[in-house]
Design a protein around this ligand. Structure first.
Ligand code: NDP
Length: 250
């Protein structure tokens, strides 16, 4: 097992990549806090997983746009399991609009969840991890944190911000025994991509030399690696897990 007795907090844990990572961390021996919006079906999912892994999975509600809620989340996670060894900063939303038509409210919401939310959760986690003298944070970025894409100004700005925020947090965390890395998925088959018409889906598949979309479990595997001691000399990295999407680009 890669995460025996570790306590891991996963935001956006009730769906897609987050849920797959919750399940994988439990398999790897961790106590897991699944955090997601209050209206999600996270409580039921966590209850079922807790029955499978007794006493090791708890749901806690959070909206990552609220500093108050994020700080309370980290305090509650520590209250529940006694410490915090790892965080997967995964909560995120999509959003598409040509830049010249992007309404303020829509643009700012993507930035507030996908970039500011990552900072809020990392900040609260770092305080706890510095007190412990150890920890590992994985921030979910994207191939769109490295490359632009039309009609995704807010998303690409946020994900690019996550990649460079990660580098700075890694520099600050190093002296405290805390590693901070980013993970850059290619297109992954999750509810975030629901609603794509078949032609668009096929076009996205064609961008990946491996000839398919990624699976949430494949992102969970890479996240567990970064959270675990196997990545003890990895910090400040942006690990691309993208089926070759970026290999042919410079
Ligand atoms: P999902 O929509 O399946 O999961 C995201 C989860 O985050 C949902 O449960 C969502 O709730 C939750 N969430 C949204 N807003 C908030 C908030 N304010 N506070 C707390 N939780 C919130 O998406 P994915 O699993 O696909 O995405 C996970 C991460 O991976 C995101 O950061 C995304 O940008 C990134 N990513 C995804 C890719 C993909 O192709 N799928 C590619 C590259 C990166 P709700 O469902 O209610 O909105």
């Amino acid at each position: 097992m890669r995460l025996p007795d570790k306590t891991i907090l996963i935001t956006g844990g009730a769906s897609g990549i987050g849920l797959a990572t919750v399940q994988r961390c439990l398999q790897e021996g961790a106590n897991v806090v699944m955090a997601d919006l209050p209206g999600s079906d996270g409580p039921q999912q966590a209850q079922a997983l807790d029955a499978q892994y007794p006493g090791r999975c708890a749901f806690l509600p959070v909206d990552v746009t609220s500093t108050e809620q994020v700080d309370a989340l980290v305090a509650a996670a520590v209250g529940r399991f006694g410490r915090l060894d790892g965080v997967f900063n995964n909560a995120g939303i999509g959003g598409m609009s040509p830049a010249e038509q992007y309404p303020d409210a829509d643009y700012l919401r993507v930035i507030d969840i996908n970039l500011n939310g990552v900072f809020r959760v990392a900040r609260a986690a770092l305080r706890q991890m510095y007190a412990q003298g150890s920890g590992s944070i994985v921030n979910c970025a994207s191939i769109l944190g490295v490359f632009g894409q039309s009609a995704t100004a807010a998303y690409t700005a946020a994900k690019g911000g996550v990649v460079n925020l990660t580098r700075t947090l890694a520099l600050e965390g190093a002296a405290h025994g805390v590693r901070v890395n980013a993970l850059g998925p290619g297109y992954i088959d999750t509810p975030l991509l629901a609603g794509l018409d078949p032609a668009m889906r096929q076009a996205l598949i064609g961008l990946h030399p491996l000839g398919r979309l990624g699976r949430p479990e494949e992102i969970a595997s890479a996240t567990v690696f970064l959270l675990s001691e196997e990545a003890s000399f990895v910090t400040g990295a942006h690990l691309l897990v993208d089926g070759g999407f970026t290999a042919g680009k410079s």
